[in-house]
Ligand binder design. Structure first.
Ligand code: OAD
Length: 246
């Protein structure tokens, strides 16, 4: 497949599913996880910060890290890739589904999920907390008013509303994403290393049903050998190539 054929396939498809990872927010200045120099996991061990065991052992340390990331993402702005994906939803309407592994909320702020399609945050988000007793989700106070660990309106401690290593994804969000990828004529997989399951497995739902999977990433990934076509570029410019003029 050539870039022109990929663009034609995307243009013709009425059902489009998109999976995004940290790479779509790199151009907004948010660090990825696995990039050798700047990724979070180059500086911290995941099991020290993003696991139930770490939280149990040191909730203050874990909350400090999440509160810092919460501050950083609110200071960041949606980038070209977020904006173009919101535009793709406006073009496709109900046939559009965006599943993100990102917890930064930038897709929603760019307008995704607001033009007839769906946005699901498979790994949760940084802007809310979860009551440790009832499981209810509440927005966090503004970063400069946030006292950690925060307390829910029910009076219980809240944990970050994100999925940690060893935990399950929200069941409904995952089931809806799996269905959307199985039904998609074209799936885009953008800015993810494709190593974290079950999110990475979504691409195979499309491939197994004969759909086209287009990867957009400046580097080769674990998914590259399996996809229909890989476009080696940063997310914003690659979407310009695939979508044509705004
Ligand atoms: P990774 O850090 O594993 O991968 C980021 C990907 O983005 C890499 O493949 C980069 O090549 C690519 N990339 C970097 N800059 C880019 C750009 N400007 N445009 C497009 N792509 C670019 O991040 P994820 O795949 O999102 O999970 O990581 C998956 C999950 O692992 C995360 O959701 C997180 C982490 O542990 C949880 O916290 C549960």
């Amino acid at each position: 497949m050539t870039p022109e054929q990929a663009r034609a396939a995307l243009n013709a498809a009425s059902r489009v599913a998109v999976l995004t990872g940290a790479g779509v927010s790199a151009e907004s200045g948010i660090p990825t996880f696995r990039d050798a120099q700047t990724g979070h996991w180059a500086r911290f061990r995941p099991e020290d910060l993003a696991s139930p065991g770490a939280y149990h052992q040191n909730p203050a340390l874990v909350w400090d890290w999440y509160a810092g990331r919460y501050r950083d993402v609110l200071a960041a702005q949606p980038g070209g890739a977020h904006l173009r994906l919101a535009e793709l939803e406006r073009r496709k309407g109900q046939g559009f589904f965006l599943a993100t592994q990102n917890v930064d909320g930038l897709h929603g702020r760019a307008g995704s999920g607001q033009a007839g399609g769906r946005l699901v945050e498979l790994h949760g988000n940084l802007v809310s907390g979860r009551d440790e007793v009832t499981g209810e989700i509440f927005p966090l106070p503004a970063p400069d008013e946030l006292v950690t660990p925060p307390t829910s309106p029910r009076g219980h401690r809240m944990r970050p509303n994100v999925v940690w290593f060893g935990e399950f994804l929200p069941e409904d969000a995952l089931a809806d994403a799996q269905l959307a990828f199985a039904q998609a004529e074209v799936a885009l997989v953008i800015g993810t290393s494709g190593v974290v399951y079950p999110a990475a497995g979504l691409a195979f739902k499309t491939l197994n049903r004969g759909g086209v999977v287009i990867e957009l990433n400046p580097e080769a990934t674990e998914l590259t050998p399996h996809v229909t076509f890989s476009l080696r570029d940063v997310a914003s410019r690659g979407l310009d190539t695939l979508m044509g003029p705004a």
